[in-house]
Design a protein around this ligand. Sequence first.
Ligand code: IMP
Length: 177
Amino acid sequence: MMHADLKKILITQEEIARRCQELGDTITNDYKGQKPLIVGLLKGSVPFMAELIKHIDLDIEIDFMDVSSYEGTESVGDVRINKDLSNSAQGDDILLVEDIVDTGRTLRRVIDFLYQKGAKSVRVVSLLDKPERRVVDINADYVGFVVPNEFVVGFGLDYNQRYRNLPYVGVLKEECY
Ligand code: IMP
């Protein structure tokens, strides 16, 4: 059953599960012999990260960062680090987990920050990619799904902190924002 505030479902629960399995397999292969630190960006990456790491067959550790850059449906230029990593990133191979790459500002800022902290490598896996909105020339290394230029919610993505718990990704009705 679709939530009454949505006008359509873009990506079903089954499609997400299948794609996480594929991404996990690819990441497992690409990082063979390494012990990557998987870093989720709070809060949007939580459901995706939980699903994805089940399929990463490596000796990993996980951590989280909280950065803010977004209010309502419009991105603001600045990105603030609200919560840093728990440990030093010195020498770490970091796989950053994002919910969506939109303008690309968040990614640019966080990747630069992690290299400044001494990370050896930083790659990005994002559940969604909205390339039409890109302002900064940057892309995720691994993408779950490309989405059109519409405001999406669910599977971690919110509108004013709501809808993160929906098990699928969908588009909100205009009257809901
Ligand atoms: P960027 O810095 O513009 O790439 O924005 C990235 C962040 O904006 C994401 O991590 C999301 O939290 C938020 N965001 C961008 N597009 C959407 C959307 O369609 N729905 C919900 N959140 C979004």
